[in-house]
Design a binder for this molecule. Sequence first.
Ligand code: UDP
Ligand code: MG
Length: 316
Amino acid sequence: MTPEISIVIPVYNEEESLPQLFTELYPVMEKMQRNYEIILVNDGSRDKSFSLLYDFQKMHNKNVRVIDFNGNFGQHMAIMAAFSNVRGKYIITLDADLQNPPAEIPNLIQQMDDGHDVVGTYRENRHDPIFRKAASKIVNKITNSITGLHISDYGCMLRGYSRRIVDIIAHSDESTTFIPALGQKYAVNPIEIAVKHREREFGESKYSMFRLIRLNFDLMTSFSLSPLQWVTMSGIGISILSFILVAYMVVRRFVIGSEANGLFTLMAIQFFLTGISIMSLGIIGEYIGRIYKQIQKRPRFVIKKIWEENADEEDN
Ligand code: UDP
Ligand code: MG
């Protein structure tokens, strides 16, 4: 029987959260009385996650599929792999750590029944420190203006997509990407709804500050060239200003004669400009790095095995 709803969940070292996720998710899905499948992607977990997923799959053989990766390819690639394998008409993504309550799923399905092809969400009463929320607000604003998209909350992964959108995303051949932004880009009739948000109860966030910055660069570089254009524009602006400064200095040299004062001002300006140059090189480098990855044409993710109904035990 083809499922109508596909639930997609990326899993990376979530052994503490998984038991409760299963306990909460399963009744929600059963209660809707529609055909469904749950696709769990094990993104190279090093803890007991896989054996928990395996047991869950065996227990609910008809409804649950587990895609087991060869290593850690990141949250967005895990979702991408599931998108290439979904069977449902409506696809819902959510995190394994229960920060997105499964009880919200029927609300998203309702919106899709109403004809929306992408259902975005924003976190109501987000349970995070105040400075993180403030930082997100700024990041959301800047990202919207860079990408030209309108998403209120880039960090919320509880989202619904119609099969048409998921197929487009699965066929986009980018080696690094940001799924919600892709979905929004191709949406014809999107909507955003508020969802509840919980603190992470078990385990810890899989994103260090460094990984978060990397992820934001993925988002920025795959959806916009404007950072490159800023580099060019600021280069032009700085050249014009320094040309005026040089002209002014030359005139002063003739009028007043040589001066050694103002050395520190000059150094300050110099340091500032050096900072800008290094940053600009970095931005250009971010794009070049991604072009490099893209032309290598390595697989974006490697699947070890898909565990599903009738999957053969022996060939593993
Ligand atoms: N995740 C993943 N691969 C990774 C990092 C994270 O599959 O390399 C999964 C993780 O298990 C969780 C979801 O992506 O289900 C979101 O991760 P997390 O909760 O750590 O992110 P945060 O909520 O802190 O942004
Ligand atoms: Mg989380």
